[in-house]
Design a protein around this ligand. Structure first.
Ligand code: FMN
Length: 363
């Protein structure tokens, strides 16, 4: 597989849903950076299963064990290696998905790609659980970035028909991002959470699942980060965001909405602010021009598909018998991935930016 990433910062993620452990190795992190493990645990808890706003930030199940790279709470410059033990690996029979691939999941494609050798238990390396090491890496990078004034936060923008208020991309408030980045089920307007929960509950009761959109913003990134053609901000962010299972779309700024605009409507006019810094009055570019940061907030959205494993009986194939068949998936599956994927999108942004700011000698 291809689970190593990065040019300057190097991230490697390993493990499967039911292997002994999952984990990450972060290499070439800046040395002498203080890492607050309590802050890391808050991020891990936001993603962990079965959590809610009332949950403790301590999750035994997703407790990262640091093997190397940290000494007296600071990065040493050596590879930062972390594992999370898989303690909740019930010996459930997943062999059914070998012969009867779940529609919407990776069972079929993984079997083709790896000749049936892939670990199918709990989704193996394709499991959403593999986003825990990514959140760990993001939580470490986020602290290094915050020390340089970079703040990252995201919220559920849409779940089914329920929507939250989008960011004003030209005036994102870092204090709001800080608030969003500490909570489970982050929304900007409180009423949106209730409406979204109702959408999720309706899907769950129908033995179904539902998708949505996450909107993420980053403030404090100086102008001049990113290296086109293929190491631009959009490229690098997207390469990590599409590594998150269930992500089917990524857009920056006005995104696909640009198709409805004229140049006069889409262009962001430049001006000097009171500090003599070049800014733009609007930010339909999402903080990126030519793959390079403008100094305005980076704003992007991520489309998350409905959870593939649903309780309804679905058509599939019996690969062993070579005929059409049906499948009813049992077990516990989130009816909506969006709330748990919010910290994952933030983590992807943190890792991507750390790599790109290192490239520019800013870290
Ligand atoms: C945090 C998180 C949790 C997930 N939980 C589930 C789940 O409970 N059941 C499921 O079928 N898929 C779940 N997924 C999605 C699958 O892993 C994903 O759809 C599958 O690997 C196929 O990849 P693709 O959707 O990117 O094509 C989850 C994804 C994430 C990010």
């Amino acid at each position: 597989m291809a689970s190593s990433w990065g040019e300057c910062l190097k991230l490697s993620i390993f493990g499967g849903s039911h292997t002994a452990a999952i984990g990450a190795v972060l290499d070439d992190l800046p040395a002498n950076e203080a890492i607050d493990m309590d802050a890391v645990l808050i991020q891990m808890a936001r993603r962990a299963p079965g959590k809610d706003r009332t949950a403790t930030t301590r999750s035994e199940a997703d407790l990262p064990q640091i093997l190397s790279g940290l000494l007296d709470g600071k990065t040493t410059g050596a590879p930062l290696a972390m594992v999370i033990e898989n303690t909740n690996t019930r010996s459930k029979d997943y062999s059914l998905f070998r012969s009867h691939p779940r529609p919407g999941h990776a069972d079929y494609t993984a079997a083709v790609r790896y000749g049936g050798a892939n670990d199918i238990r709990g989704g193996g390396h394709f499991s959403g659980r593999l986003t825990a090491p990514l959140v760990f890496a993001g939580a470490v990078c986020r602290q290094i970035l915050e020390r340089r004034g970079v703040v990252i936060g995201a919220h559920a923008l849409q779940i089914g028909k329920a929507g939250d208020a989008p960011f004003d991309a030209a005036a994102v408030d870092p204090e709001e991002l800080k608030r969003l980045s500490q909570v489970y089920f982050a929304v900007r307007e409180a009423r949106a959470e209730a409406e979204m929960r109702a959408e999720i509950e309706a899907a769950r009761q129908a033995a179904d699942s539902i998708g949505g959109v996450i909107e993420c913003a980053v403030t404090g990134v100086p102008a001049g980060v990113g290296s086109p053609m293929f190491r631009g901000v959009e490229n690098v962010f997207a390469s990590l965001l599409y590594g998150i299972p269930a992500v089917k779309g990524v857009e920056f700024g006005a995104g696909f909405g640009v198709s409805e605009l004229r140049g006069s409507e889409n262009n962001d006019a430049f001006y000097y602010d009171e500090n003599g810094t070049v800014r733009t009055r609007t930010n339909r570019a999402g903080g990126v021009l030519g793959g390079i940061t403008t100094g305005m907030p980076i704003v992007f959205r991520v489309a998350v598909k409905p959870t593939p494993s649903i309780g309804r009986t679905q058509d599939t194939v019996d690969l062993a018998a070579g005929r059409d068949d049906t499948l009813t998936v049992t077990g516990r599956h989130d009816p909506c991935i969006v709330p748990r994927a919010i910290p994952v999108a933030e983590a992807a942004a943190a890792v991507a930016l750390t790599d790109m700011m290192m490239e520019r000698g800013m870290l």
